[in-house]
Design a protein around this ligand. Sequence first.
Ligand code: PEP
Ligand code: MN
Length: 344
Amino acid sequence: MLVVMSHDAAEADVRRVVEVIESMGYEARPMPGKQRTAVGLVGNDGKVDSSRLEGLPGVLHVIHVTEPYKQVSREWRPESTVIELENGTKIGGPEVVLMAGPCSVESEAQILEIARILRAAGATVLRGGAYKPRTSPYSWQGLGLAGLKLLAQARAETGLAVVTEALEPDTVDPVAEYADIIQIGARNMQNYPLLRRAGRAGKPVLLKRGLAATIDELLLSAEYILAEGNGQVILCERGIRGFDDHTRNVLDLTAIPVVHHLSHLPIIADPSHGTGVRAKVTPMARAAVAAGADGLIVEVHHDPDHALSDGGQSLWPDQFRELVEQVDGIARAIGRTLAPALPH
Ligand code: PEP
Ligand code: MN
């Protein structure tokens, strides 16, 4: 529930609303906003009797949030959330953000080479897994902490921000220490202890849609992170299971306008895992930007034939440069631009 205060409400009126909410046994979240000040009520698992709040001084009206998720909904916060990273990249505003990098960090030479290529091509965020969720326990599992340190080195040398996955709750703190964005992978979208831990880590979180998750389930998983007090969540459509085997997944681009309608959180698209096929990545990247994606996360490798994971869906650098040029045109056609490349 959301208690919307009138423009001339005094601070004491807001305090009073908070006190009454707390005396009812719930938690109050005051939210001073550009358009209005509101006080959110959380901790309820059903409809709340709002009669005690409606008559208080300064209260304009009370909104019962109708969706099962609260803090992620647009009813709760009408303005879009914009997440700003230390290197100036803004996610969720008018600019379309390019995140790119190898599936996994393999070596110092590999990550530095790719980071330099991507920076020059206009990406502002570097991706790369240090803790890899692999279907087979015998597949390459990533460099772990050493991989995080290499990502931090690539950031120091290029200025790119870093996004990388925390696979288990115990890896959230090291990822938060070395990276700018904590990635929660598709397989972990409903790992609630992991979501809670990420919600307390004090860093933006990239939450990928589960392989068979509905959009409401994705938003409820995001709600776990916001419920811990972290509003910096970026959602990611990365494809869901379908029945056709021409691609690895079905990249559900309808999720983009649906999420923008239901939620104030940014949503980006991953056409690499979404298709699993190199030749399909750029067409779906173009389509995602046309559908309104706030960014792309794309796998790129300078030597995909020898990549330790997902080489078959990784773009060659030249292909990534072409993708950037094409999505730039598409962004402009819909009144957006690409996030500016980092200054040299
Ligand atoms: C990844 O982005 O590295 C990854 C493993 O993707 P997903 O969780 O979407 O499968
Ligand atoms: Mn991958």
